[in-house]
Design a protein around this ligand. Structure first.
Ligand SMILES: *Cc1c(COP(=O)(O)O)cnc(C)c1O
Length: 371
């Protein structure tokens, strides 16, 4: 039932565009660079399980998620897909990593030893990528001699394959990028001199892989880019937004001039107005602070959201839509064509970034896919 669309409020994902974007990325980096698309946060709102096959068909080396639970959800649907966890998994859950052949980010020898023991018992080899902190200070350790020794020791642990090493750029500026990248390559060089080689080395996200080809190494981790979110500013890649968010009018009300609506009557009709009730609210992931800024597009006309946005519903002024009727489609996020608000504009109006706008679209709106 939950997979059926029994509600007007829905997210439509154009898998043809996802494929187009992945192909552009593949062509941009060439055959020597592996692509690990990032599908954490339910594939940035697009539905991780549903988009995974398209990404694999387009040559993804791994699918990256943030957490073990995200990995297990995908594993259940696609047992054979190679999955990579970008975040930390607490020791007490590591048996799931081994049982499900998931590749785990690590930054301590102690954890690698636990993985080795578990893998040995299961007659398997656990795959890990070492996280190096080069300045972001989020996950990983700084490239000290102590950490170098620890990573060297990771290579000695039985039933563990240290398959990769990676870091994350803060993109604070060209000089800062260079410094981070330099720390990364110095560290890997030192380990290589000690006989420790990594099959994959990676540091570039969506912005870095387009703007700084010199940081692609032999793997990239694009998230936003595969969904058609443009964050780069030096390079260029004609990716297309894959997602639109639509609904339909539930009901119409006519308000006399001066009448208020929604909580606190915070909006009062400046004229006799026709108001549409729309069945989406902040529990669907629509920013509550879009009030007085957001709009939906009905019949190609921009209709401002008026009054306080409720948990499950909101209201729009549709006075200027000729022949407006209940059931008419309202586009919440379009691709920018036909007077629709695209994700870029939505993020600016809500005072956030594009990734937050799409990642916060929760499970509640049904997903439909164009193939
Ligand atoms: C989320 C994430 C990415 C992808 O970021 P985008 O900016 O969406 O490309 C890459 N690497 C890591 C470690 C991440 O957490």
């Amino acid at each position: 039932m939950t997979n059926e669309i029994v509600r007007d409020t829905r997210v439509t994902v154009d898998l043809r565009r996802l494929k187009h974007n992945m192909q552009l990325i593949r062509e941009m980096v060439g055959d020597d660079v592996a692509v690990m698309p990032v599908i954490k946060a339910n594939g940035y709102g697009h539905g991780a399980v549903a988009i995974a096959p398209t990404l694999m068909e387009c040559g993804a080396t791994y699918l990256a998620v943030a957490t073990l639970s995200e990995a297990l959800d995908i594993k259940e649907a696609h047992p054979d897909y190679p999955l990579f966890i970008l975040g930390h998994t607490p020791d007490r859950f590591l048996h799931y990593i081994v049982e499900n052949d998931i590749t785990q980010t690590v930054f301590s020898l102690a954890q690698v030893r636990i993985l080795g023991d578990l893998a040995k018992k299961a007659g398997k080899t656990a795959k890990v990528h070492v996280k190096l902190d080069t300045g972001f200070h989020r996950l990983g350790c700084m490239p000290t001699p102590e950490y170098e020794e620890e990573v060297y020791q990771m290579f000695q642990v039985e039933n563990v394959e240290v398959e990769g090493i990676f870091s994350h750029l803060a993109l604070a500026g060209e000089a800062e990028n260079e410094q981070q990248f330099g720390l990364f390559t110095d560290f890997t060089d030192r380990l290589k001199q000690r006989g420790c080689t990594f099959r994959y080395e990676h540091i570039a996200d969506s912005i870095a892989c387009v703007d700084y080809p010199q940081y692609r190494l032999n793997m990239i981790r694009p998230g936003a880019l595969i969904y058609g979110m443009i964050g780069f500013h030096i390079g260029h890649l004609p990716v297309e937004q894959c997602l639109t968010f639509r609904t339909a009018i539930s009901q119409l009300h006519t308000l006399e001039e001066g009448e208020g609506l929604s909580y606190d009557y915070a909006w009062k009709a400046p004229r006799k107005s026709v108001i549409a009730t729309l069945p989406f609210g902040y529990a669907d992931g629509y920013p509550r602070n879009m009030r007085d800024k957001g709009y939906v597009t009905i019949q190609g006309i921009k209709c401002p959201i008026v009054g306080v946005i409720c948990m499950d519903q909101c209201m729009a002024d549709v006075t200027d839509v000729p022949g407006v009727q209940p059931g008419m489609e309202a586009i919440v996020y379009g691709d920018g064509s036909g007077n629709t608000m695209n994700i870029q504009e939505a993020s600016q109006l809500a005072g956030t970034n594009k990734n937050e706008i799409i990642a916060r679209i929760l499970e509640r709106p049904a997903r439909e896919y164009i193939r």
